[in-house]
Structures are given as C-alpha cells and as structure tokens.
Design a protein around this ligand. Sequence first.
Ligand SMILES: *Cc1c(COP(=O)(O)O)cnc(C)c1O
Length: 393
Amino acid sequence: MRVPLLDLSAQYQALAGPIRQQIDEVLQTQRFILGPKVEQFESALCDYTGTKFAIGVSSGTDALLAVLMALEIGPGDAILTTPYSFFATAACIARVGATPLFVDMDPATFNISAAALRSFIEKNCRQTDGVLMTRERQAVRLIIPVHLFGLCCDMDAIMEIAREFDLLVVEDAAQAIGAGYPQTDATGLAGTIGDVGCFSFYPSKNLGAAGDAGAIICDNENLATRIRTCRQHGMEPRYHHQFIGGNFRLDELQAAILQVKLPHLSNWSGARRAAADFYRAEFSRRNLGDSIILPSEPYRERIGNHHIYHQFVVRAEARDELRAHLTRNEIGTEIYYPVPLHLQECFFYLGYKEGDLPEAERAAAETLALPIYPELSRDAQRFVVDKIAEFYG
Ligand SMILES: *Cc1c(COP(=O)(O)O)cnc(C)c1O
C-alpha cells in the first residue's frame, strides 16, 4: 500500500466543477490583477476570522515581508522569534535589515517558549526611554510567534510580555488558519490575537491555492491601509509612491479558487483532527509509547478547534532509521525541520553555535511528520502504524 505524505487530488476532484467555473469567469473578464475576486475573498476571510481587515498577498513569505516593511522595521531593529520554523519567518526579518533574536521552543508544543522569551529579555535586554534595547544597542520592536504544525502558541503569556515591554506581535499563522486558542470570553483564532496575522495559501497548506498566495489580517485601520499600500509599491494615489513597498498582490485567479475552498476549511480541519485521533488510538493499541511521542494537545479540553493538524509530527526513537523503513514501505514522511534556523549557513553571521538552543536542536534530530490530510483513509493510517510497530517490534 502506498501512502503519500499528502495527496491533494481527492480534494480537487470534489471541487473541480466550481473551481473551473471560477477560473472561467476570470478568463472571460480578463481582470487578472486586484479585481472583484480578490475583494470577495478578502471579505470572506474577514468573516471567517472575525477581523476587520484582510489584505490578500502573493505568498506567506510576502505577507511577513510586507508587514515588516509597512511597520518600517529595518537596520538597528531586532525581532524575537523561534528557531524552529520554516525559513521564511527569520528570512523576512533579515531581508529588511533587522536582526532575528532566536528564543528556544517549548519541547511539548514545538512552539516558542514564553518562559524562555521572558528570561531572554530579562537577561539580554534593557528598557531605555520606553524602548527595549539589546546589549548591541538594537531596538527590540516585535515578537513573531509561529503557530507551528497548526497549534497556537501560548498567546496569553506572549501577549503579557508584549504589553509589558511595549512590543508588537505579528503572528506567523501560515500553518494554522482556523486553529483556536482558548480565551476567557471566547475562542480566539490563530492570527487574530496579536496585532497582525499572516497566512500562507501555498498548495500544501490547509487552505491551499493553485500556486503561491497569502493574506494578512488585522483590526487596526491605519496599519491595514499602510499594508494595502505596501502591497502595491507603496503607491497611493496611482504613480505617487509614499514609501517603498513591493509587488505583493494576491492574484485574481488564486483568489477565485480560494473563495471556493474557504467554506470547506472547517470541515477539513475537523477531518484532520479525526485522523489525528485515529492515529492516537492505533499508537496506543500497539503500545508504541516507549518509542514514539505523539503531538501534545494542550487546549483539547477547552475548545473544539484546538489543533488543525497541518502536520502530525511525532518524536521517534532512531528517527532516521524509522524513516528509511517507512520509505521502503512506500509511506511518505518528512522532517520539519532538519536544521534549526539559528544553525542555517546563511545565519552564521549572527554568531550562534551548536548547543545554544538545545530544544530546537533536539527536535530537529527527533521529529518526523506522518501522512495527514482530510481524505486520508483509516486503512492507510492503520498501515502506517503497523509499519512503525514492525520497525520497533
Ligand atoms: C509556509 C510557511 C511560510 C511561507 O509561506 P509561503 O506561502 O510558502 O511563502 C512562512 N512561515 C511558515 C511557518 C510556513 O509554514
């Protein structure tokens, strides 16, 4: 039995009719740039997330970049973030000329540790004239938490730190659209808790376009306007450039396709959670608890959409040998991520060395993503767990 890590074809087959119709409509009108489909999708995204403003952009990477440019982050600024994420999170910080400050992750959730964040600030930073400064005299301007694999960070603790030290919070919610976070009055959604939220609609993300796409959400009108202007070269009005932005526009065709898919997202997330539950039951039936550590679900008792399982990532004993065994059995897996960001070659100049962020480094050596997607069959999942049991058996 062949079990790919991800199979997008079933989802496309189910929606092929309406998707093709949308594409046809765009081709008929020949409105390819910032037409009605982009506006409709942005408004649907506001309804879905409950935020006032949504700005469609060209990718998740460009979402982060456009926000940092709109906030005028640049040389002399520093940004607190996690070393355990996709490259784009830290790359955008470096691309605008700022310095990423990596703070280690929580081993239970793979997300940035709020406790480590606080102790980093207390040890390495000082508030002068209301600005948080590093020893190197850089101004710490914001925190970029990443809701990795579809689970929200400990946002209460992160927001408390942000308020205390007057930092903005830009959520990298590229992997977490629709993930809930339990708050006292209601359930917050990934991307809506900090000052700005960034989404990616890369095809393999939970809400995937037919190419690159992304979005930014926020409640602050001035910031939303500035980001919208940044999306078109800082241009407002036409051919008058207030500041330097980029071409960060969401494509009309992508918006048309995303509009068809968004209404199904909650069901898809539910199906991913059901698949995660089934994995849990199978792993426990096979008594694999000594060799495999399953993803933690800290909010499960409090909210329904506690995780959207963009990835189902386990820690595995003898990870690389297990992976080779699964590959031989035609089971797709992936390592997210084999090299933590602080040890990437392009960041050698920042001066980090091995051992600096031990939890991220340990995760890089132990984690393995197993197949998960809404249409994944129970037979396929049973096969995956059977083969894992065979390896350790
Ligand atoms: C996918 C991803 C991005 C970048 O999104 P693209 O659409 O691929 O540019 C950024 N951050 C995280 C955590 C991601 O997973």
